[in-house]
Design a protein around this ligand. Structure first.
Ligand SMILES: [Fe+2]
Ligand SMILES: [Fe+2]
Length: 249
């Protein structure tokens, strides 16, 4: 429904006149009448919260993945101290969410299909990143396979717990670097390759892909899943992470 609304807006804008929509393409149509401005207003602009842009979408997807990384970090510490303190099913669920939402959707359907190919063609620093980012996606998938395979049973043995902790920590370090570079270098560079109209079209395309993959509420469902995992591990209450005051000097 959101998609249709957005498409209707694009169609309506095309009828009203491209000068109104493409003011950032050099038109600079300063002579818009008040009536024209009203016609330009999209139905989504009247919706509480407005619409989600493609880059905002990518960054909030990183938010889900970062919460999964926080689960991995907490689990790695606890597993070292006491392998039975972490139910393997919780890690299995986290890895399954990471696979479906991170690897099969965010990485494969968006970054590898649209963003990296476009960024590789730009001049400058960003173009040197996609190859290593793809290598990191692939290494991440190997680690996810491993997490899923060792968390099938009801318990983790001591040697498995130790090896799993190391893999979780290495994965967390890699992906924190990975997502931070994407947020600050890759996504802004990708955005620069498009006009406002093209970005609007990508918003629609990404939304279609999300619906195809997960149905209507892909992001909202992922938030619910990671929240349930955090709950099961005692990580849901954010106040426990408020830092203590610094030492007195
Ligand atoms: Fe990535
Ligand atoms: Fe990403």
């Amino acid at each position: 429904m959101k998609t249709n609304t957005r498409r209707n807006f694009l169609r309506m804008s095309a009828i009203v006149g491209t000068g109104l929509v493409l003011t950032n393409c050099g038109g600079g149509n300063m002579a818009n009448t008040e009536g024209q401005k009203k016609a330009e207003t999209s139905p989504d602009e009247n919706k509480m919260g407005g619409e989600v842009t493609a880059t905002e979408d990518l960054m909030r997807e990183h938010g889900i993945l970062r919460r999964a990384l926080l689960v991995y970090s907490a689990a790695a510490i606890k597993l070292r101290v006491n392998p039975s303190s972490i139910p393997p099913a919780s890690l299995q669920k986290t890895a399954t969410l990471f696979r479906a939402f991170g690897e099969e959707y965010h990485e494969k359907k968006l970054e590898e299909a649209y963003i990296f190919p476009a960024v590789k063609k730009v001049a400058g620093e960003a173009a040197s990143y996609p190859d290593i980012l793809v290598a990191q996606h692939n290494r991440g998938r190997e680690i996810t396979d491993y997490i899923i395979s060792v968390t099938q049973g009801a318990k983790l043995g001591t040697s498995t717990a130790e090896a799993l902790s190391k893999s979780l920590e290495a994965f967390v370090l890699m992906y924190r670097n990975h997502a931070a570079r994407e947020d600050t270098i890759i996504f802004p560079a990708w955005k620069q390759t498009m006009t406002g109209k093209q970005l609007d079209e990508m918003n629609d395309k990404f939304e279609d892909i999300e619906h195809e993959q997960f149905g209507e509420d892909g992001f909202e469902d992922a938030v619910k899943q990671i929240s349930a995992i955090e709950n099961s591990l005692g990580l849901a209450d954010i106040s426990q992470f408020t830092a203590p005051p610094p030492p007195k000097v």
